[in-house]
Design a protein around this ligand. Structure first.
Ligand SMILES: Cc1cc2nc3c(=O)[nH]c(=O)nc-3n(C[C@H](O)[C@H](O)[C@H](O)COP(=O)(O)OP(=O)(O)OC[C@H]3O[C@@H](n4cnc5c(N)ncnc54)[C@H](O)[C@@H]3O)c2cc1C
Length: 436
């Protein structure tokens, strides 16, 4: 019997799920449903545009799409164009891998002012995500505050500080490049609630901040802890120790020669964003770390700025027809099992943490459990789905269609960039209609 599996979402978790099923050697048909014509989730819309090597994992995922057992149903939103119940009826199993694409709200006064963005929104904008194509942030400011102490915060700071030349060969969307490279930004303040020893940057990304053409990293050596304290894995300790060494090197820079500055501020939490109609300053309160907890000290200070980007976390959205744990922002599951025939993998399974590769182990666990559970049962699979989607007038973007869109993006690239991304769905579909 051929196992018929629907995978919902074409980010890393979706592809690693498909790969794990293929590797199991089971006779199978795997259908990958994706909301957008373009696959790859955060590989396209999250990973920094100047990190093409990291993004290049799309090549491996493309091989999976080309596998004869796999079919791509792009431009199909599950829960809207087709329901999860319809998938459950027609497949032996459905694996939800829809990620965590929304911002955690920044719950402080002033967070709704113009010029305050969550990093999901802001990163989506510069990476050409169709939902944010019209964001057009006003970057006519000298000063930006980025809140957060992880790689996403570092990515945002770096993309804002790199020059046009440094970004020339990258995947930065042209609508964002125009705004960023004509902005007068001189300072990016990267502000973390906890101490430098607890920052979650990976060391390679942190060190990159010392090599920017026009921006010097700046921090006050006095704020640096002597050592990394507390219980943690050896790996985490090594990363944090390396980060302290890098930050110490930054603090020892004697002469600031570059026109722009990346200012690291640790042990400060945002309490309010001030401004008349738009963000003009962030009020921070200093914290001290006690038993691993950041305790507010009552000591406040203000950082003037015109833009605030809060890189303080992502959250998933509920998929209609699938249970959702609002508090933890995930689909409740036990090692990937949700209910009969329904499984989950990736960020929507475990929450928004972990790198691309983390989703591989995660998807493998789900697939192992799924294959243990499945009983032989004939299902109609894609035959029935084709009928339903045609009846509903849905324009499915298949793998060959996606390759045409991808080719058009590559053909339109200029100045060493890998591609010129389409930033709205209509333009992607037009490529297909115009090629017929
Ligand atoms: C800004 C940022 C930068 C990052 N940089 C790195 C990095 O440099 N290196 C690294 O290793 N990791 C990085 N990561 C982490 C990495 O991107 C994640 O681990 C990974 O993308 C999570 O995979 P996922 O498949 O769970 O979710 P996603 O990648 O978000 O994929 C989910 C997919 O589901 C689709 N979808 C959503 N809802 C529906 C629906 N209803 N119907 C159909 N499809 C739907 C979405 O459109 C999307 O394509 C970064 C993350 C972020 C946010």
């Amino acid at each position: 019997m051929t196992l018929k599996i629907a995978v919902v979402g074409s980010g890393p978790a979706g592809f690693y799920t498909a790969d794990a099923i293929l590797r199991s050697g089971s006779e199978c048909e795997i259908d990958i449903f994706e909301r957008f014509p373009c696959p790859f989730g955060l590989i396209r819309f999250g990973v920094a545009p100047d990190h093409e090597k990291t993004r290049s994992v799309w090549r491996a995922f493309t091989k999976t799409l080309g596998n004869e057992s796999v079919r791509y149903f792009g431009n199909i939103t599950v829960g809207q164009d087709i329901s999860v119940d319809e998938l459950l009826l027609n497949y032996n199993a459905v694996v939800i891998t829809v990620g965590a694409g929304k911002d955690q709200p920044l719950n402080i006064p002033g967070a709704d002012l113009e010029g305050v963005y969550g990093s999901a929104t802001f990163v989506n904008w510069y990476n050409g995500h169709p939902d944010e194509a019209n964001l057009s942030p006003n970057l006519n400011t000298n000063s930006v505050v980025v809140i957060g102490a992880g790689n996403v915060a570092i990515d945002v700071a770096r993309v804002l500080l790199k020059t046009k030349q440094e970004m020339a060969n990258t995947d930065l969307s042209s609508h964002a490049a125009k705004i960023i490279h004509s902005s007068p930004i001189r300072e990016v303040h990267l502000v973390a609630r906890r101490s430098a020893a607890e920052a979650k940057f990976t060391n390679v990304e942190l060190r990159e901040m010392g090599d920017l053409d026009e921006a010097d990293p700046y921090l006050d050596a006095k704020v640096l802890p002597i050592s990394v304290e507390g219980e943690m894995s050896d790996r985490d300790r090594r990363v944090r120790e390396k980060n302290l060494i890098t930050l110490r090197e930054f603090a020892e820079i004697k002469e600031y020669t570059k026109p722009k500055k990346l200012n690291f501020l640790f042990c400060a939490q945002p309490v309010e964003i001030k401004g008349t109609g738009k963000a003009e300053a962030v009020i921070f309160e200093r914290t001290r770390i006690e038993n691993g907890k950041a305790i507010a000290t009552g000591n406040r200070f203000q950082v003037p700025c015109g833009i605030v980007v809060a890189a303080t976390g992502y959250r998933s959205e509920a998929v209609p027809g699938v249970p959702f744990d609002e508090k933890n922002g995930i689909i409740p599951n036990v090692m990937g099992r949700v209910s009969e025939g329904l499984y989950v993998a990736g960020w929507v399974k475990r929450g928004p943490s972990g790198v691309i590769g983390t989703n591989k182990t995660d998807a493998r666990e789900t697939v192992e459990n799924m294959l243990k559970d499945l009983m032989p049962q004939e299902k109609s699979g894609r035959k029935a789905i084709d009928v339903l989607l045609t009846e509903r007038g849905c324009r499915v973007v298949n793998f060959a269609d996606w390759q045409k869109i991808q080719q058009a993006e590559e053909n339109a690239a200029t100045g060493g960039a890998p591609r010129a991304k389409f930033v709205n769905v209509r333009d992607m579909i037009d490529v297909l209609e115009n090629s017929n």
